[in-house]
Design a binder for this molecule. Structure first.
Ligand code: UDP
Ligand code: MG
Length: 327
């Protein structure tokens, strides 16, 4: 690239876009913004910054705070704020962020500062060494309940067993990726994308960077138990058809059992001892019926995904997009 006379040197640097999904985070935003903007001057960071805030239909003062923060930008930092028409969920917000990022590398970080922005220069350095994906891997999670830690721990292990794709354990969406990986991700048209799974699935050279996940300082988690369950079932349904095959396994077990029980019933009959009672029959029927319902449930889950995928609605709707170019 030709360096024009009189241009500040940073004009010619590569750009790092940082995607920040935001849903009702008014208390945290000023702190988040300050720490993200500070990255543009962090030692060893020779990149320009584009911060892409995706406001996922916040109902608090967050959208106004974002506009106010964006007005006071410093050099080397460009801000884009995308407002959704309503709350479409975290994965839709990150997908929109990917589409709206114009940088040569793209970082994803939550607005609540649980993932330390100060790790990003190290991630960028690894990308510059040739890695395509550098993802944060939590070695510890501060300030989260035993229940949350246990569910997260079991989630990654169950996913490992059920899915063919090697999804790294204990990772979130905190990562930096190259533009090529971002393009590959945008080629995936899942209605409800399970992003960490997709990043593992697209391949490329990936590197883990261990870190300690902080506690949330302000506000509360936007992932209550109900949303966590939905998130986990989406992950399994996106990457595994194992539940659909459960019916076959149950069927085989059921067949073997019924042959054994049938043979025993015949033998007792022939040897003159009457089969007494209906308890065993009733138990068998109840168990059989619940197996059938379970399998219908699994089939239903996949059918409902086919239904939403076939409807082909947009994954999110942007109400407004605003840019504050760097000066
Ligand atoms: N978030 C979002 N839309 C939602 C829920 C959450 O954009 O519907 C954002 C939220 O503002 C935060 C990130 O996604 O920046 C992660 O959410 P949260 O911290 O509540 O999840 P947790 O860390 O508890 O799993
Ligand atoms: Mg959080």
């Amino acid at each position: 690239m030709l360096i024009g006379q009189g241009d500040p040197i940073w004009i010619h640097m590569k750009t790092l876009s940082l995607i920040v999904p935001v849903y009702n985070e008014e208390e945290t935003l000023p702190f988040t913004h300050e720490r993200l903007v500070a990255l543009s001057k962090a030692p060893g960071m020779s990149v320009r910054l584009q911060i892409v805030y995706v406001d996922d239909g916040s109902k608090d003062g967050g959208p106004m705070i974002l506009e106010r923060l964006a007005l006071a930008v410093s050099e080397r930092v460009e801000i884009r704020v995308v407002h959704f028409a309503r709350n479409f969920g975290h994965s839709a917000a990150v997908t929109a962020g990917l589409a709206e990022s114009t940088g040569d590398m793209i970082g994803i970080i939550d607005a609540d500062l649980q993932d330390p922005p100060e790790l990003i220069p190290e991630m960028v350095a690894l990308i510059e060494q040739g890695w395509d994906v550098v993802y944060g891997q939590r070695t510890a999670r501060r300030g989260e309940t035993i229940f949350k830690r246990f569910t997260a721990w079991s989630f990654y292990r169950i996913l490992d067993v059920l899915t063919g794709v090697k999804i790294p354990r204990d990772t979130g969406d905190f990562r930096v990726i190259t533009r090529e990986v971002r393009d590959a991700l945008l080629e995936c048209h899942d209605q409800e994308p399970f992003l960490r799974g997709l990043v593992a699935w697209v391949g490329f050279q990936q590197k883990a960077l261990p870190y300690v996940r902080d506690a949330r300082r302000y506000g509360i988690t936007k992932y209550p138990f109900r949303k966590m369950l939905r998130f986990a079932s989406n992950a399994v349904l996106s990457f595994s058809s194992a539940p659909l095959r459960v019916a076959i396994h149950l069927g085989v077990v059921g067949l073997v059992l019924s042959l054994l029980i049938g043979a025993w019933a015949l033998w007792t009959k022939l040897s003159g001892r009457a089969v007494s009672g209906w308890t065993s029959m009733l138990d068998g029927m109840l168990v059989g019926q619940s197996f059938i319902l379970l399998c219908i449930g699994f089939i239903g889950s996949y059918t409902s995904r086919i239904y939403t995928q076939v409807q082909g609605r947009p994954r999110y709707i942007v109400r407004q997009r605003k840019d504050w170019p760097n000066r």
